[in-house]
Structure formats: structure tokens, C-alpha cells
Design a protein around this ligand. Structure first.
Ligand code: RB5
Length: 142
């Protein structure tokens, strides 16, 4: 799979661990940074990931910031992006099964790294259910 990842300073350590896991399992990762703990602005990293997902150049995106909300709000400005904020496994499954989410937003200051890695695994391995959920997803765009 092709996967884009981006974060701000709150999430750069998570980004490193997630990239290692993704590459170890044969995925192609488009790394949009940030790469260290220096303070940055989350939209500068959320936009590149969102553009890659919106244009279909990658299959999925992963965004990380302190609360996950700044990157989620930014990503959901794009027509073809459905970004979901996740802090536990069941929500991860449901944003794929019911919302066909194509970006997972992780709040680094509120989930442990092990939990974040498990969430990414679940996100990438759960299918959209379609059916009535497909009808609802089609109604999202204005
Ligand atoms: C950075 O301190 C913090 O504001 C950011 O990571 C994020 O939580 C914004 O939504």
C-alpha cells in the first residue's frame, strides 16, 4: 500500500515508529515530516498528506498532532478526504467500516505509542462495509 504520513512536533516520535512498522511490512511510505521536536504549525504538514490522499496518489494518510484535532480539521477541508480522529481501537474499526475514512488522525498527547501502532494496523486492515454506509458517505460532500 502507498501511505502518506505527517505530524507536528507533538507527534514526530510516533511518526518515526509508525514509519518503521509500515516499511517493515512492505508498504511504500511518503514521509511529509516534521522530523524533530522543534515547534511547527500542524497545517504545514497536514496539507501535504491531505493533498496526496485527495488526489489519489496514496491509498491512505496518517496524521498526528497533540490532540489530533488540528490535523483532522485541516484534512477534512479536502473534498475526497475523510479524516477520523481516533483514540481507541473500536473507533478505528468504525471509521473504516462505516465512514470509509482514508486518513487516521492520532492525538499523540492522549494515546501511548503502542496503542497508536495498533490503531494504525487496524486502520489499514479494516474494510469499508458499503451498503447503507455507502449511501451515507455519498451524502457528506456539499
Ligand atoms: C501543538 O502544541 C498543538 O497545538 C498541536 O499539536 C495540536 O494539538 C493542535 O490541534
Amino acid at each position: 500500500m502507498k501511505i502518506a504520513i505527517g505530524c507536528d512536533h507533538a507527534g514526530y516520535k510516533y511518526r518515526e515508529e509508525i514509519i518503521k512498522m509500515l516499511e517493515a511490512s512492505g508498504n511504500e511510505v511518503n514521509d511529509c515530516g516534521t522530523k524533530d521536536g522543534n515547534s511547527v504549525d500542524y497545517p504545514d504538514f497536514a496539507h501535504p498528506v491531505s493533498k496526496l490522499v485527495d488526489s489519489g496518489k496514496v491509498d491512505f494518510g496518517i496524521l498526528i498532532c497533540g490532540t489530533g484535532n488540528g490535523v483532522a480539521i485541516t484534512a477534512n477541508k479536502y473534498k475526497n478526504v475523510r479524516a477520523g480522529l481516533c483514540w481507541e481501537e473500536e473507533i478505528v474499526s468504525l471509521i473504516r467500516q462505516h465512514n470509509d475514512a482514508n486518513i487516521i488522525c492520532i492525538p499523540a498527547r492522549f494515546v501511548h505509542i503502542k496503542q497508536a501502532l495498533e490503531m494504525v494496523f487496524t486502520f489499514l486492515s479494516t474494510d469499508f462495509e458499503g451498503g447503507r454506509h455507502g449511501r451515507r458517505v455519498k451524502k457528506i460532500c456539499i
